[in-house]
Design a protein around this ligand. Structure first.
Ligand SMILES: NC(=O)c1ccc[n+]([C@@H]2O[C@H](COP(=O)([O-])OP(=O)(O)OC[C@H]3O[C@@H](n4cnc5c(N)ncnc54)[C@H](O)[C@@H]3O)[C@@H](O)[C@H]2O)c1
Length: 471
């Protein structure tokens, strides 16, 4: 098929590359001229495993090309995907300006048989709005045929996007007409290897299902984080609790790792967009609002614990950060807890040095003129550091040379915001270990440097004291 994809970001580019790989003729359009030039030359504008090889191979075969002009690209299209960003407005609602601008620009340019597919995550009813825009602008003769707008939400995860697109666990096709459904079913046939993954539904249901999935994932993360805090305060071990939870098939094993909370370009904005939709519909959305509150609270608790550990202030403290991206295997720093924490630490007067295997350029751009140093290696940023804060669970951070770490650092504290270390192991190397469940209290009182109240019998031991200032 002749496929056009508008928007060459994480979703649009992966979609374009993978559709070209199975034999479609794909044109990717983006209004970012620099990005288009890089892609046309075979250079990826962001980090995504495996994508570079597919890009090179499909460019060489002539099945994939890149353009900035939408009108010329769509002239012969059978399917046009809209995969542009839908970030949050200041009030939390989804900013649809890119998406609607594309619909307006498509106008007369699309051929009459073409199916317009919204791949961007967009609120329920967006397909209706796009249909209206197109119906108002296409040639009357074509309009008689009817404009076809479908919704095909994307479920890939950055860092494993190629795998997720090639082997999807579900292919959701939301269409209000049989032709659109049939075209999309045919396009996705190579990816539905057992014929069980395609889910046909009406457009609004598909739009809603995407939000429901992301909110469910966010809910699990906030739930395990809240349980983790509570476990720590009550003297229970969250790791043991997680083993019990994972063994229950009704609960399932994924998304049960306590940590500093979710970030990235999807969960935060999709949750707030659904809260906005609920509010407009007069629904209270109690659960959705709590998910968000718990998530924001995680980062605040971490910051508070770090400040408490150093006796209230961070002025002159040298802090090392491992990980800048919102999760491993991507350079995406949108809504990254690490970037947000760095801003807060610098504001508190800390001297921050950060390392990430791939996300440094993106983080540097996001942090702008925030005064932060970046190192070439994980160990380099720990030189004379008063504490290490591990913010992203990249593989290379999971088993570091702990003896070297202990001698490289000036202090001995490791704030493990992703629960990747074992306390005993760090202690064997002279390092102290704080996980989020160990440093929070239900009352919000500082618990570092103080005995902690157990649920039933007074106190359960002292946590290590902060090293005295060495500045
Ligand atoms: N990133 C993910 O993991 C992921 C997963 C599933 C769904 N989604 C959804 O997919 C959509 C795209 O996300 P993304 O992460 O790929 O975004 P992105 O910001 O990486 O890419 C969007 C691209 O669209 C281009 N663009 C914006 N407006 C344009 C216009 N008018 N004309 C041409 N190009 C334009 C931008 O230049 C950019 O290259 C969003 O709605 C997102 O919620 C993202």
């Amino acid at each position: 098929m002749n496929v056009v994809i508008i928007g060459s970001g994480y979703v649009g580019l992966v979609t374009g590359c993978c559709l070209a790989e199975v034999g479609n003729i794909v044109t990717c359009v983006d209004h970012d001229t620099k990005k288009v030039a890089a892609l046309a030359a075979g250079r990826l504008p962001f980090y995504e495993p495996q994508l570079g090889q597919i890009l090179g191979a499909q460019l060489a075969k002539g099945l994939l090309k890149f353009e900035t002009s939408m009108a010329s690209a769509v002239a012969n299209a059978d399917v046009v995907f809209l995969a542009v960003g839908t970030p949050s407005n200041a009030d939390g609602s989804a900013d649809l300006s890119n998406l609607l601008a594309c619909a307006r620009a498509l106008g007369d340019a699309i051929p009459s048989h073409c199916v317009i597919v919204v791949k961007s995550t967009a609120p329920v009813g967006t397909g209706d709005r796009i249909e209206e825009i197109l119906n108002a602008s296409v040639r009357q003769a074509d309009a008689n045929d009817g404009i076809r707008v479908a919704c095909n939400p994307e479920f890939l995860a950055e860092g494993r996007a190629v795998h997720d697109f090639r082997c999807p666990d579900r292919i959701v096709i939301g269409a209000n007409d049989a032709y659109s459904s049939a075209v999309l079913e045919q396009l996705y046939t190579p990816f539905d290897t057992d014929g069980q993954r395609t889910m046909l539904m009406d457009r609004r249901s598909a739009e809603f299902a995407k939000y429901a999935c992301n909110c469910m994932l966010a809910a699990r993360i906030s739930m395990i984080n809240e349980l983790s805090s509570l476990a720590g305060t009550l003297g229970a071990d969250i790791a043991s609790t997680c083993r019990v939870l994972r063994a229950d098939p009704r609960i399932g094993a994924s998304y049960l790792q306590p940590g500093v909370g979710y970030g990235g370009s999807c969960l935060p904005k999709d949750l707030s967009a659904l809260i906005d939709l609920a509010q407009r519909a007069g629904e209270p959305a109690h659960m959705l609002r709590s998910i968000e509150r718990v998530n924001v609270g995680q980062r605040q608790r971490l910051l508070k614990a770090i400040c408490d550990y150093f006796g209230g202030g961070l002025r002159g403290r040298r802090l090392a950060i491992w990980g800048l991206s919102f999760k491993p295997d991507t350079d995406d720093v949108r809504a990254s807890p690490s970037v947000a924490l760095i801003r807060d630490l610098v504001q508190e007067g800390a001297n921050v040095n950060a390392y990430d295997p791939v996300a440094r350029p993106a983080a540097q751009a996001a942090l702008g003129n925030v005064s932060v140093g970046f190192g070439q290696s994980a160990m380099a940023v720990c030189e004379q550091a008063d504490a290490l804060i591990v913010m992203t669970e990249w593989d290379e951070f999971k088993s570091p040379d702990l003896d070297r770490l202990a001698t490289t650092m000036r202090g001995h504290m490791v704030f493990d915001a992703r629960s990747i270390y074992k306390t005993k192991v760090l202690q064997q190397h002279g390092l102290h270990h704080y996980r989020l469940d160990q440093i929070m209290s239900v009352s919000g009182e500082p618990v570092v440097n103080r005995p902690r109240m157990s649920a039933d019998r007074g106190y359960r031991g002292m946590l290590p004291q902060a090293e005295s200032p060495a500045v």
